[in-house]
Design a protein around this ligand. Structure first.
Ligand code: ADP
Length: 289
């Protein structure tokens, strides 16, 4: 039986993240770059949303604006009703470079509990959260190991556990599996879905991998080329229970994959969404890609 679609879910749940008309112009010496033109979308509580777009589309810029690391030139990011003006305490980010995000002289346990210590979480609660998070990522038996004793995939699991232990409302992941081999990547994708289900956390997952976005997401936001707008918001109506073998070989997966692939190709060609054709000050040729 087909599960509830992303669109249906969105109408019944509360928006946790509201990105309103975000524009970012990088001002350089004598030259300014309009990286992001107008990004507007909502993410409901508990959704898993993927963002795809060609290289240079502004994925990193958007992520930094959402994470409060970069101030939008116009527009705003609203997290749970509050405008983001700095790194929000309810958000955790997992980056691609796990090697640089873990401290090599600390054990797995110490790495995972670090943000909780910084937040002065009491010892008992800290221990419980770290144990739960390490259990969720399947690393309960290596708590006393150091990161350099673990494989790349296991190190990224530690980084995910650290984000999870923090108990964020929104978990953002920036190309987190780009540096691991294909088999490990598949395992980590399944891990993201299992954590998402287990914890009910809202996930925003940035990737350039089309198959990955369709396999993981309930929605896929396809970005245009820079200056960036949203080209399309695709609802992924695949069954909720997904497995690498069955889901990826299903006809619906192929259709959705083709749809997103075609959209990304259109983005690469510099195509703009139809709504922009009539807006003042921009023309279909004016893509600056
Ligand atoms: P993506 O992550 O999708 O590859 P980015 O957000 O890194 O895209 O970049 C979007 C656009 O903004 C690109 O044209 C890039 O050259 C430009 N850009 C990114 N960072 C800066 C910066 N600090 N100064 C000037 N231009 C930048």
């Amino acid at each position: 039986m087909m599960s509830e679609t992303a669109t249906e879910k969105r109408t019944t749940t509360v928006p946790v993240l509201d990105v309103r008309g975000v524009k970012k112009v990088y001002a350089g010496s004598g030259r300014s770059v309009e990286a992001v033109r107008d990004l507007t979308f909502e993410v409901s509580s508990g959704e898993l949303v993927c963002i795809v777009g060609p290289s240079g589309a502004g994925k990193t810029t958007l992520l930094r604006c959402i994470a409060g690391l970069l101030e939008p030139t116009e527009g705003e990011v609203v997290l749970e009703g509050e405008t983001v003006t700095g790194p929000p305490s309810d958000m955790a980010v997992v980056f691609q470079e796990y090697g640089r995000s873990l401290f090599p002289w600390m054990t797995v346990q110490q790495n995972v509990e670090l943000p909780l210590k910084a937040r002065r979480t009491p010892r008992g609660e800290r221990d419980a959260r770290v144990a739960d998070a390490l259990d969720a990522v399947g690393l309960s038996d290596v708590t006393h190991a150091h990161p350099w004793q673990l494989s790349g995939g296991m190190q990224q699991r530690v980084a995910i556990a650290r984000a999870v232990a923090y108990g964020p409302k929104v978990l953002m992941m920036d190309e987190p599996f780009a540096a691991v081999d294909a088999q490990t990547r598949a395992d980590l994708e399944d891990l993201v879905r299992s954590i998402w289900k287990r914890l009910g956390v809202t996930v925003l997952f940035v990737t350039h991998d089309i198959d990955e976005s369709v396999y993981l997401g309930e929605r896929v936001l396809v970005l245009s080329s820079s200056p960036t707008v949203i080209l399309e918001d695709v609802a992924i109506d695949l069954p909720d229970e997904r497995t690498q073998l069955e889901t990826r070989s299903s006809p619906r997966f192929s259709e959705l994959r083709s749809e997103v692939y075609e959209l990304v190709q259109r983005a690469k060609r510099g195509e703009r969404p139809r709504s922009e054709d009539s807006s003042a000050g921009s023309s279909p040729e004016d893509t600056g890609a």
